[in-house]
Design a protein around this ligand. Sequence first.
Ligand code: FES
Length: 309
Amino acid sequence: MVKERRFAPERTRSYGSQTIETLGRQQWLDRPSYRLEHVLTLIFATFGRRRERVSNVLHGTWLGHPLHPALTALPPGAVATAVTLDAASLLPGRSAALRDASRLALGVGIIGSLGAAATGATDWQHTHDESRRIGIVHGLLNVVATALYAASWWDRRRGRQLRGMAGTALGYGFTVGSGYLGGALVYGSGVGVDRSGPRLEVDDWTPALPVTALDGRPQRVEIDGVGVVFHRDGDDVLAVGEYCPHLGAPMSDGWVDRGRVVCPWHGSRFECKSGDVLKGPATASLPSYPTRIRDGIVEIRGSEEVVAR
Ligand code: FES
């Protein structure tokens, strides 16, 4: 039997996806994950009434985009600078200024790692199953990398320059591995990606359902191939997207509370008319559409910005 030869990039891709799949199957990681989640819940509880504001800041709800990916660029960039300066400082005739600059870059990397850890842990606590398992390994690699950077910074300060350089280079290897897993979480599992799905693009008023069908429970109706969820809110009828932008929860299981649409999974709250996020963990808006009632029938059209495109 002739064995099929595979090219190196294909093999690398295969090892990469096998690693991700293997990590995703490690159910023994669930127990430490739930313990860590409880610790995070206790930490957030210490903020009392400011808890919601703090978690909105860390999720990036105020930014309209997850904050974690923005902060993750800082540590690898700063540490790569430190490694480059270290290498340059080893060349003959180079001054101590390069070593000082390298320690400064490493310090920036350590501060960036702490920011990335805080935002990453806040996002991670809402993930499930495979994403949660890959996420905890991703976090663990970052903890090891940050510990190595901190030890390296201290070594440099005490004059143990070569040991410090080795610690930084080793930590950078952990950061690269962790970055690979982070990429799998975003591009493979869709963590941090807007999961609300396609938008309704009809520009004419379109009949959707009889108003009497809204008997206190949300109703999902498919219009032009796009799922829309209708809620009755007093005299108004609200129409929103089928999936929560955070992790794709079915909004037909959600509810309306004091003029806000609430996600059934992690409690994100969206302004009824605009779909703007008022409380995370979601960071992207929930699609929302104008409605009107004609002869007992609820009619709907695409939201203004979608129709105007
Ligand atoms: S799926 Fe997480 S808040 Fe909606």
